[in-house]
Design a protein around this ligand. Structure first.
Ligand SMILES: [Zn+2]
Ligand SMILES: [Zn+2]
Length: 268
């Protein structure tokens, strides 16, 4: 059994669960604690069953409730040293992670075994204290998470090629961003090499790295002001068509909602 849930995705909060029969991983913890408690109740889930929280980076939308969940339920939190320091300094994280629950890894060097899962973190460029993506092996399948992607690197490409299931950022439509209401410095930050990934770049990268084993993609972290799910869907469809790929045929594609949980996806 392998199940996946998204509780929210985007600048208002990101948090996902990956669950096997014996192990539950929380990926990022940026949805508010009150909403999380409500969602857990609705889904019949228990925080005490979470084996570990894996953090991508220290921006509030990924770590807002990490201290509260980790401390209250004694859950270890895995992140790089730099990201742990960033969380410590982040005033949006009101409860800090107890020292006893901090776990540190080196992206690119360490693999982490937690219950049924073998996890490999890798660097992802972004303007936080650090940012990682994860590939997570379960038997012979690989689940990947990469978000808040400033630009695509060879490391990211290599990791996409390993994935059967992939959560990947499609943040903005380039012309909506440039013609939208944001001040110029913010437009430059988002479009810059340490900002966020556009719909077109996301679509191109998926096509470039497509391998037959890739079954299902969840597009995440859509901007509220500079993106629209239908526009993203059309951009992906067009790029897929140009590359001879069928959406729903070769790959299932889902677009994650910003503020609503997805329901449970049964992957295996
Ligand atoms: Zn973010
Ligand atoms: Zn970020």
């Amino acid at each position: 059994m392998l199940k996946f849930i998204s509780f929210g995705s985007g600048s208002s909060g990101n948090s996902y669960l990956l669950m096997s029969d014996n192990t539950i991983l929380m990926l990022d913890s940026g949805v508010g604690i009150r909403s999380m408690k409500r969602y857990f109740q609705e889904y019949g889930l228990s925080f005490t069953k979470i084996n570990a929280i894996l953090v991508t980076h220290d921006h509030a939308d990924h770590v807002k409730s990490v201290g509260a969940i980790s401390n209250d339920f004694k859950i270890p939190v895995y992140a790089t040293e730099a990201v742990h320091k960033g969380i410590q300094k982040n005033y949006c994280v009101r409860k800090k992670i107890n020292a006893a629950n901090k776990r540190v890894f080196l992206p690119g060097d360490d693999t982490i075994e937690i219950g049924d899962f073998k996890i490999t973190p890798f660097d992802v460029p972004h303007d936080s204290c650090g940012n990682v993506g994860y590939t997570i092996e379960y038997h012979d399948v690989v689940f990947g998470l990469m978000t808040d992607i400033g630009h695509i690197t060879d490391t990211i490409r290599d990791n996409i090629r390993k994935c059967n299931y992939l959560v990947m950022e499609a943040n903005h439509d380039e012309s909506m961003l440039q013609n939208g209401p944001y001040p110029q410095y913010l437009k430059d930050r988002i479009a810059g090499g340490n900002g966020h990934l556009s719909n077109v770049k996301c679509a191109q990268t998926i096509c470039e790295c497509y391998m037959k084993g890739l079954k299902h993609i969840w597009l995440c972290h859509l901007s509220e002001e500079n993106n629209h799910p239908e526009l993203l869907r059309k951009t992906i469809e067009k790029e897929f068509q140009e590359n001879g790929l069928r959406m729903g045929g070769d790959i299932e594609v889902d677009i994650l909602r910003r503020r609503q949980p997805t329901g449970i996806f049964n992957l295996l």
